[in-house]
Design a protein around this ligand. Structure first.
Ligand code: ADP
Ligand code: MG
Length: 480
């Protein structure tokens, strides 16, 4: 395998579509979808004589993200025009930030398997989206929908710190999680709210200099990004091995064939003739404004994760799942106010509450059972009144459908209350031992695994209502 001796180097340009109500430079609706060409106006259509006006929310969201990533916030940033001709760009240029972007530097820490890794951010700039062309929908015609033209974007440019498709996946996922925590984007990849250009190069392992890179445009799914990178790395290695040279190119990935291919020349004309946008003054921020945005930042994903492992003692796996989405983390933190058994609370959310919501396409915030009721459910198990499995299997579904019914009441009506009455249980234990003399002998000769068999028999005899802890103690006592 010729590519084994090369190291992969990747830098990402992520485009995040911001969840503002209106577009970047005018009041048009910035929602996704809508009948084609209905969220438009003379400004987003670029009619002569119209002037852009900056959306305050876009600036606030950029600062929020910059602060979360530890970037330096540029108190003065400026807009530039990036000129190119394409049918879905009515003005003939895109308003972006080239010379003075709003955020500079910063980093995002990612976890890949057991490893932690720092990905440095080069800068974040504000810009606007173009419209959408559909080339294959209508016979020989191309269709254009300008609803998306002028929707606000942030572009997050990383340093070339990523080394594999797996790391790209982890970085994209962490960024998606962050923008959702910050409430600045829905992070929806299918709808294009989060997409990336992947700059890929390879170099001999151990080398410090960067190889020539290719840029794969507009990957809007983690799976495609993975496949595109794997294909591209192999292509470059085979090329170099056969004595060729990688040329800096802009590529398109075709999910149908699984290969990358150069874009048509005119789409790759990198002669954007950037120049300062004359219609927008510089964005000047007061230090006090930046501080206010900082004060209003929510707890960040990694802070929540640390709190779950350190303060609540949860295992890494549980903390990862519960901190994945902010509403889930909040759900746990609220439940933790009602019970001291944090691990049981985590189990209940992970194994029952989340699947229940997922099956119904329901947000966890709409889960009908109160935290107090869930805490009572946990207490039933902790006090030995109901077996864990019985509570999960039989009580939880009833509780979810009748959220106000006390769990104890449900347990009683389903006949699930366990007996810890030692006198009664002792009788059952003795009966089971008397009925299985061979197993008793084998146990005493060292076949200790038979304890499970005896437990099962006693549980059966009690119709599932014996407290397993008490039965276990009694069995061990009697078997010696
Ligand atoms: P441009 O502005 O032409 O797109 P930049 O130098 O700003 O180019 O880089 C864009 C992205 O490409 C950044 O994310 C950067 O980390 C990445 N990059 C630059 N050089 C390489 C390389 N040799 N291999 C992989 N990625 C690279
Ligand atoms: Mg670029």
């Amino acid at each position: 395998m010729p590519y084994d001796k090369y190291e992969t180097v990747i830098g990402l340009e992520i485009h995040v579509q911001l969840a503002t109500r209106s577009k970047a430079f005018c009041g048009d609706d910035a929602s996704f979808g809508g009948e084609p060409n209905t969220y438009i106006s003379p400004i987003s259509l670029g009619h002569p004589g119209t002037l852009p006006r900056l959306n305050k929310k876009q600036v606030e969201y950029a600062v929020r993200l910059g602060l979360a990533l530890g970037s330096r916030i540029n108190l003065t940033s400026t807009f530039d025009r990036k000129n190119y001709f394409y049918a879905d760009l009515p003005k003939g240029y895109q308003i972006t930030q080239d010379r003075q972007p709003i955020c500079v530097g910063g980093q995002l820490n990612i976890r890949v398997g057991e490893e932690q890794k720092i990905v440095r951010i080069h800068h974040i700039h504000m810009e606007e989206d173009a419209g959408k062309s559909m080339h294959d929908a209508e016979g020989p015609y191309s269709l254009i929908d300008l609803n998306r033209a002028g929707v606000p974007l942030l572009e997050i440019v990383s340093e070339p710190d990523l080394r594999s498709a797996e790391e790209v996946d982890a970085y994209m996922s962490a960024m998606r999680q962050l923008v959702r925590y910050l409430g600045i984007s829905d992070g929806n990849m299918e709808q294009g709210s989060l997409r990336c250009d992947c700059n890929v190069s390879i170099r001999p392992k151990g080398s410090e200099t960067l190889g020539q890179r290719c840029e794969i445009k507009n990957l809007n799914s983690m799976r495609y990004a993975r496949r595109a990178i794997e294909y591209e790395v192999r292509r470059q290695a085979v090329l170099i091995e056969s004595g060729g040279r990688v040329e800096q190119q802009t590529l398109n990935f075709d999910p149908a064939t699984g290969i990358t291919a150069p874009l048509r020349d005119k789409e790759d004309a990198h002669d954007y003739r950037y120049f300062p946008e004359p219609d927008l003054p510089p964005v000047v921020l007061e230090p006090g404004y930046v501080e206010e945005v900082r004060r209003n930042l929510p707890a960040l994903p990694w802070e929540v994760y640390d709190r779950l492992t350190e303060e609540f003692g949860l295992p890494a796996y549980d903390a990862g799942l519960l901190s994945e989405e902010r509403p889930t983390a909040i759900f746990f933190l609220e439940l933790a106010q009602h019970t001291a058994n944090f691990k049981a609370a985590a189990n209940l959310i992970i194994n029952k509450v989340i699947p229940y919501c997922n099956e119904r396409g329901m947000e966890i915030t709409a889960f009908p059972v109160s935290h107090g009721q869930l805490a009572a459910f946990i207490r039933l198990i902790d006090e030995g009144k109901v077996a864990n499995a019985a509570a999960y299997q039989h009580i939880f579904p009833v509780l979810a459908e009748s959220p106000n019914r006390p769990p104890l009441d449900i347990a009683q009506s389903l006949n699930l209350i366990q007996t810890s009455d030692e006198g009664l249980l002792e009788k059952l234990v003795e009966e089971v031992l008397a009925n299985n003399p061979d197993e008793v002998e084998r146990y005493r000769k060292g076949k200790k695994g038979l304890i499970g068999f005896f437990m099962g028999e006693v549980m059966k005899a009690s119709q599932g209502q014996a407290d397993p802890k008490v039965v276990n103690g009694l069995l061990r006592g009697k078997l010696g």
